[in-house]
Design a protein around this ligand. Structure first.
Ligand SMILES: O=P(O)(O)OC[C@H]1O[C@H](OP(=O)(O)OP(=O)(O)O)[C@H](O)[C@@H]1O
Ligand SMILES: Nc1ncnc2[nH]cnc12
Length: 182
């Protein structure tokens, strides 16, 4: 029997309680948002999946989750929406052929990859991840799907770190975040 999902203010209050702030992880000066306690709470986990799915505007064919934490949220959202799931993986994890997109990190670059044969031209794609920080990962994920001929119809995050202005990188796209941290 599934747990009753938390909704509305009760969900947001519980998210504040359950998302852990970890100072100086993984490097000095970073305030890391740890969602593992939220995932372990059946009612809160069900609530965030339901809330992300409820904010979608129009039909979605595929929900994309970015390795690794994006997988955890995107897969149940895909099931809730009756859509397929596409894993967006870091370089070298998917057997070819792959489509790839590079993005900037604080130092150096990283690459995200997808199996293009799982993304039909014109597919309507929702991108889901736990945290929107600089927007580098999400921006590269948008480009990846656009190069496959798909249409990114929205992006949803649990937490948006507003002070890093990631939303600016995603200008022109519909961006939803359940919690904003300023
Ligand atoms: O907006 P950005 O500055 O790009 O940061 C956000 C990304 O960083 C985290 O993933 P990370 O690369 O740490 O990988 P993980 O999920 O495997 O921990 C997070 O899950 C997002 O994907
Ligand atoms: N502060 C942060 N907490 C969790 N994940 C992140 N990804 C990028 N910045 C992050």
């Amino acid at each position: 029997m599934p747990a009753a999902a938390l909704r509305g203010d009760a969900l947001i209050t519980r998210m504040h309680e359950l998302i852990r702030d970890v100072p100086d992880f993984p490097s000095p000066g970073v305030g890391f948002k740890d969602i593992t306690p939220l995932l372990a709470d059946a009612k809160a986990f069900a609530g965030v999946v339901e809330e992300i799915a409820s904010r979608v505007d129009g039909p979605v064919d595929l929900v994309a989750g970015t390795e690794a934490r994006g997988f955890i949220l995107a897969a149940p959202v895909a099931v809730a929406l009756g859509a397929g799931f596409v894993p967006v993986r870091k370089h070298g994890k998917l057997p070819g052929p792959t489509a790839a997109e590079e993005y900037a990190l604080e130092y150096g670059t990283a690459t995200v990859e997808v199996h293009p044969f799982t993304v039909p031209r014109g597919a309507r794609v929702l991108i889901v991840d736990d945290v929107l920080a600089t927007g580098g990962t999400a921006g590269a994920t948008i480009r990846l799907f656009e190069h496959c001929g798909a249409q990114v119809v929205g992006l949803s995050f649990l937490v948006e770190l507003e002070f890093l202005h990631g939303r600016d990188v995603l200008a022109g796209h519909r961006v939803e975040s359940l919690l904003a941290v300023s």
